[in-house]
Design a protein around this ligand. Structure first.
Ligand code: NAP
Length: 286
């Protein structure tokens, strides 16, 4: 049986440290960090994500202002709000909960957020910073995965890493971050032929494809480290489950994460850390 890397525990320890740092900094700068969240519509998943983020933020001492709009809101109104938040020096981070309704252009909205307040790390300026190895805000989910690997001192340097999924928010930045830690990285996607032949070579396998329990034991090398980014509904039980068939794969690998309790809590933790970094930078600019 593999060692389970608990995102819940790693995130808890990091949040405790963050809370102490925020408490000290809030005295120094005479105000707490503030995150503005824009939520459009009543998608159940989005409502629950925002609720989780707000709870976690308040636990560490980050103020949250949530702007919850009807689904019918226009792009112009969102643009106006972002403009206002960009110019509000007491707002350190701005997060637009995705997905947005179809009549609002996501890329337009994300590009409008000041890169300095883009705590999700989705703005093109921050994406470029990652690829050019410049200072910027890193996307939360892949940043959380690296933190999980580091929490167990898992060596990345020189290892063969395979990332299944190539989205802009998970797969691609994940691959770049592993490359920056000197892994030899392969990225797989829906056109990859003989996926199993590729994943079986991975010392570190990151599953980020969004297909319930897709990664089976015959796709995993003995002793591999398996990180499950997936957040899906199990078609049989309707419960939250990952991209990895945990029960069977955990008998074959050396380390594994669970869903829930793995990458999810780390994503939120990294969002809080990014907000704190933005807050420090905001205060130092003054
Ligand atoms: P996405 O945008 O739908 O991307 C999925 C990627 O997987 C695509 O690159 C796709 O390939 C690839 N893919 C799909 N089917 C495949 C197959 N059969 N074989 C190989 N590759 C395949 O999803 P995402 O936003 O990256 O999210 C991935 C998963 O992570 C989802 O379950 C999501 O809910 C979860 N997630 C979790 C967190 C968290 O905090 N825990 C955060 C973000 C996302 P193509 O490019 O060829 O289409």
């Amino acid at each position: 049986m593999a060692i389970i890397i608990s995102g819940t525990n790693v995130a808890k320890a990091r949040k405790e440290r963050l809370k102490e740092e925020i408490s000290l900094s809030s005295k120094l700068y005479n105000r707490s960090p503030k995150l503005a969240v824009i939520l459009v519509g009543n998608d159940v998943g989005s409502l629950s994500y925002v609720k989780g983020k707000a709870k976690a933020a308040s636990e560490v001492g980050i103020l949250i202002d949530t702007y919850h709009y009807e689904k019918s809101i226009t792009e112009e109104e969102i643009v106006k709000k972002i403009d206002e938040l960009n110019n509000d020096s007491t707002v350190d981070g701005i997060l637009v909960q995705l997905p947005l309704p179809k009549h609002i252009r996501t890329d337009v909205v994300i590009e409008l957020i000041s890169p300095k307040k883009d705590v999700d790390g989705f703005h093109p300026r921050n994406v470029a910073s990652l690829y050019l190895k410049q200072e910027g805000i890193l996307p939360c989910t892949p940043k959380g995965v690296i933190a999980l690997l580091d929490s167990e001192n898992i060596e990345i340097d020189g290892k063969r890493a395979v990332v299944v999924g190539r989205s802009n928010i998970v797969g691609m930045p994940m691959a770049k971050m592993l490359l920056d830690r000197n892994a030899t990285v392969t990225i797989c996607h829906s056109h990859t032929k003989n996926l199993q032949d590729v994943t079986k070579n991975a010392d570190i396998l990151i599953a980020a494809l969004g297909k319930a329990k897709f990664i089976k034991e015959n796709m995993v090398k003995d002793g591999a480290v398996v990180i499950d980014v997936g957040a899906n509904r199990d078609p049989e039980t309707n419960k939250l489950c990952g991209d990895v068939d945990f029960v069977n794969v955990s008998n074959k690998c050396s380390y594994i994460t669970k869903v829930p309790g793995g990458v999810g809590p780390m994503t939120i933790c990294c969002l809080l850390e990014n907000t704190y970094i933005a807050y420090l930078n905001n205060n130092r600019r003054k």
